[in-house]
Design a protein around this ligand. Structure first.
Ligand code: GTP
Ligand code: MG
Length: 169
């Protein structure tokens, strides 16, 4: 029995890739077509069950807008896990995601678990191929998932797998 498990995790990625929408889907099981861009960062607490134990996730949802970039180390400091999000319809956001992973590996917690997420799979106009992201993930020893915050597809699994990876550390 391990009571009071408490994990800080952080979401990083370009503006409008859907970070806040993924957290909203996880915590409220809802979707909003026009969320405001996040300012700075905010924390959402979500309890999830891993096997026998209840884990408290402290999820830091950060702002992707460039003007907030200098703040992000405050949010990923001490994070045991990170979810790096891109939008499958936006190749620039994929490039940014790979940059985030390198930055985290360099400046984040030593053995933070990182998950790469391609969001908005409900949209038709995919420009980033899954195989491209999967290859990058394999090479960098990460897990890769695709999600839709709109339909909910794949969303819970991302948080669940990340919590599980952290619990195995
Ligand atoms: P910042 O806070 O600026 O960093 O952006 P963000 O990454 O938090 O993006 P946000 O969740 O605010 O979503 C941006 C827009 O994309 C919103 O209008 C959402 O409705 C939309 N969106 C988010 N996820 C999805 C998705 O899975 N599918 C579709 N079709 N739209 C999505
Ligand atoms: Mg946001």
């Amino acid at each position: 029995d391990q009571p009071n498990l408490d994990y800080k995790i952080v979401l990083l990625g370009d503006s409008s890739v859907g970070k806040s929408s993924l957290v909203f889907r996880l915590s409220k099981n809802r979707f909003c077509e026009n969320l405001e861009p996040t300012i700075g960062g905010l924390c959402v607490i979500q309890n999830i069950e891993i096997g026998e134990s209840e884990v408290k996730l402290k999820i830091w949802d950060t702002a992707g807008q460039e003007r907030f970039h200098s703040l992000t180390p405050l949010y990923y400091r001490g994070a045991k896990g990170a979810i790096i999000v891109y939008d499958i319809t936006n190749s620039e956001s994929y490039k940014r995601a790979t940059d985030w992973i390198l930055e985290l590996r360099e400046n984040g917690e030593q053995d933070a678990k990182i998950v790469l997420v391609g969001n908005k799979i409900d949209l038709e106009r995919k420009v980033v191929e899954d195989t491209t992201a999967q290859k990058f993930a394999d090479k960098n020893d990460l897990h890769f998932f695709t999600t839709s915050a709109k339909t909910g597809e794949g969303v819970n699994q991302v948080f669940f797998v990340l919590a599980q990876l952290i619990s195995q550390m």
